[in-house]
Design a protein. Structure first.
Lengths: 187, 278
């Protein structure tokens, strides 16, 4: 009886990501490559927005997908795969940023380099890169998810593991801070 | 710089983010003084959205499969709850088992067959304190414990016993001792029954009784016929002041003679308060 119900549930058409996940977990290596190809750009964009450095972002993306590869069995399927992936992407990028910042500080101390590190310019207006670099990584994550990935507040909330109201408030503040920095840079 | 009201602020962001021409025009008509601010935000949002990086012309780099090529299996999160509960149960079982091995619990019957409870007989002038038994033996009486020997070679009072209890009532411990040795305990009902812990091994039953008497405030009177009378210790201070302080019940007729120890034994009253001598 139970097995019949389970079979019925399995037969319900699932979204593409869920199918990839199922296929990968049942041993099909190629399914993960499809996930990787589909989400690489989005994950890279999030990592780049948070880290503001192309090389760091590329390294972070490899780390993120390695984490996903290793822990895909932990994905509980209550949320969308994309939301789960972005949560990992945001958290890992912020962690990666801290690690890199520490490493950089150590190098600067060792080599007595006092030059200020300027952010790598993004596409278009360079003031955007400068203004983004003034924000804390969490604020950058919100801006990136909202403006670059065009995620809804509910999706952002899931990705940042907070309530929708909290996400709304945090986005509002991040946007205000960004505006202040952007206007300052433009003067 | 004038502060923009919050509702207009929210509207400004919404219109700027939508990029909808009609909404922009309507906002401009409605709030002409905010038109400049709206244009600034429109520009900023456009620039921000346009700054999104894209992958290079060569597409994403090849994903390198981690060394431990198989994805690691992990239990679902909900399994932590039963796992924790199971761990708790196992810990408790282990604790109980260890405790039972280290200190085996011997819970004797509440009132074993060999123990007689004495009735309380209260004096008229003091309702709270029972009267000292009239037929307490005199000092010159010989102990008669040896006279009545049990069937075996060793008398019960000399029987080597082992008594180990943690937090058990005094009466229960005495009952257990009685059962183990074969001594018939006659416990005065006004003997307090606190929770005690004892650990005697390799002593005779009488030694254990006397030791317990010193520790827990009672006197032991061998009665012969493998019986002992246990009564609470009399408050010596009050006795010295000449105050009559009955502390033991009157023995009903038929109960064997109690043989007090010598005068040097400080655990017993030096003189029976009500005199007598049976």
């Amino acid at each position: 009886m139970v097995s019949t119900i389970l079979e019925t549930v399995r037969e319900i058409p699932q979204d593409e990501d869920a199918r990839y996940v199922e296929r990968f977990l049942s041993g099909e290596q190629g399914a993960f490559e499809q996930i990787y190809a589909k989400y690489y750009e989005k994950v890279y964009s999030v990592a780049r927005g948070i880290l503001l450095d192309a090389d760091d972002a590329a390294d972070a993306v490899q780390e993120i997908f390695t984490q996903v590869y290793k822990h895909l069995a932990n994905f509980d399927r209550r949320s969308k795969f994309g939301t789960w992936l972005f949560r990992i992407a945001v958290n890992r990028s912020i962690q990666f940023g801290r690690k890199t910042k520490y490493r950089l500080r150590q190098t600067e101390l060792n080599e007595q380099i006092s030059e200020e590190r300027t952010p790598e310019a993004l596409v278009g207006d360079p003031d955007i890169s400068v203004a983004l670099s003034q924000l804390v990584p969490n604020d950058r994550a919100l801006i990136v998810l909202f403006y670059w990935e065009e995620m809804s507040l509910a999706e952002i909330a899931s990705s940042l593991d907070c309530s929708e109201n909290a996400a709304k408030t945090r986005l509002y503040r991040a946007r205000e801070r960004f505006k202040v920095f952007y206007e300052k840079v433009g003067i | 710089m004038n502060r923009i009201p919050p509702e207009i602020e929210t509207l400004l962001w919404s219109v700027a983010e939508s990029g909808d021409d009609q909404a922009i025009n309507e906002f401009g008509d409605r709030y002409p003084e905010q038109r400049g601010e709206l244009l600034k935000r429109l520009g900023m949002v456009r620039q921000l959205k346009g700054a999104r990086p894209h992958e290079g012309p060569f597409g994403p780099p090849r994903f390198e499969v981690p060394r431990s090529s198989k994805p690691t299996f992990a239990w679902p999160k909900w399994t932590w709850v039963p796992a924790t509960a199971l761990l708790g149960v196992m810990a408790y079982a282990s604790y109980t088992f260890t405790l039972s091995v280290i200190n085996p619990v011997q819970v004797p019957d509440p009132i074993p067959s060999g123990v007689t409870r004495l009735p309380i007989v209260r004096s008229n002038n003091n309702q709270n304190n029972p009267v000292i038994p009239q037929n307490l033996p005199r000092d010159d009486d010989e102990p008669r414990i040896i006279e009545d020997k049990p069937e075996g070679n060793t008398p019960p009072v000399s029987k080597i016993v082992t008594l180990r209890f943690e937090r058990i009532s005094l009466h229960t411990a005495l009952d257990a001792l009685g059962k183990q040795s074969g001594i018939r305990m006659e416990i005065a009902p006004n003997l307090e029954d606190p929770d005690i812990s004892v650990n005697y091994s390799g002593y005779s039953a009488m030694q254990v009784l006397e030791e317990m008497g010193m520790k827990f405030g009672f006197s032991v009177f061998p009665q012969g016929d493998n019986a002992v009378l246990i009564i609470p210790e009399v408050d010596k201070k009050k006795q010295q002041g000449g105050i009559v302080e009955p502390a033991v019940p009157v023995l009903p007729e038929g109960i064997g003679k109690a043989i007090p120890p010598t005068n040097t034994d400080t655990r017993l009253p030096s003189k029976p308060s009500t005199g007598g001598g049976g």
